[in-house]
Design a protein around this ligand. Structure first.
Ligand code: 4NP
Length: 159
């Protein structure tokens, strides 16, 4: 049974494309069939590739995100995805506000899937330095491992 996961940040050019790529790599090495995508709550960067600094940290960590293009989260995403995972608490609040009444998707915070980090934000690296992008990449890579394990354990049940 396939499951689907949508990662959501603000601009869909830094954090969520890295999370998407990290979970893709995790799942490629497993038996899981998972549909993985990412989106932003904002529309400023729609159609654009990820931030060059995010592409560079991805490449340093063996991930390729250059083909991804930013899009804004839509109401249908709440029906099309089993899981929508917010990168920070503001993203989660915005998603909760726009969540349709009969949504299928289970909303969660990325770090709620990582032991000892519940409730924490993946900090926005957009106004930061190279090191901030590397930290983002390390954080979403760690989370991707635990999310992949949860998906394997749930066998299609909500995580
Ligand atoms: P992201 O980072 O949400 O991780 O993609 C940002 C990208 C763009 C902006 C803010 C955060 N912005 O204000 O344009």
């Amino acid at each position: 049974m396939s499951q689907s996961v949508l990662f959501v940040c603000l601009g869909n050019i830094c954090r969520s494309p890295l999370a998407e790529a990290a979970l893709r790599r995790e799942c490629a090495a497993s038996e899981l069939t998972v549909i993985i995508d990412s989106a932003g709550t904002g529309d400023w960067h729609v159609g654009q590739p990820p931030d060059e600094r995010a592409q560079a940290t991805a490449a340093r960590n063996g991930l390729d995100i250059g083909h991804l293009r930013a899009r804004q989260v839509t109401g249908s995403d709440f029906h099309d995805f089993d899981h929508i995972i917010a990168l920070d608490n503001q993203n989660l609040r915005d998603l909760t506000t726009m969540r349709p009444m009969k949504a299928v998707a289970k909303l969660s915070l990325l770090f709620d899937h990582v032991a000892g980090r519940a409730g924490e934000d993946v900090a926005d690296p957009f106004y930061g330095e190279v090191e901030d992008f590397d930290q983002t990449c390390a954080e979403v890579t760690e989370a991707a491992t635990t999310i992949r394990k949860l998906l394997e354990a749930s066998q299609g049940e909500p995580i």
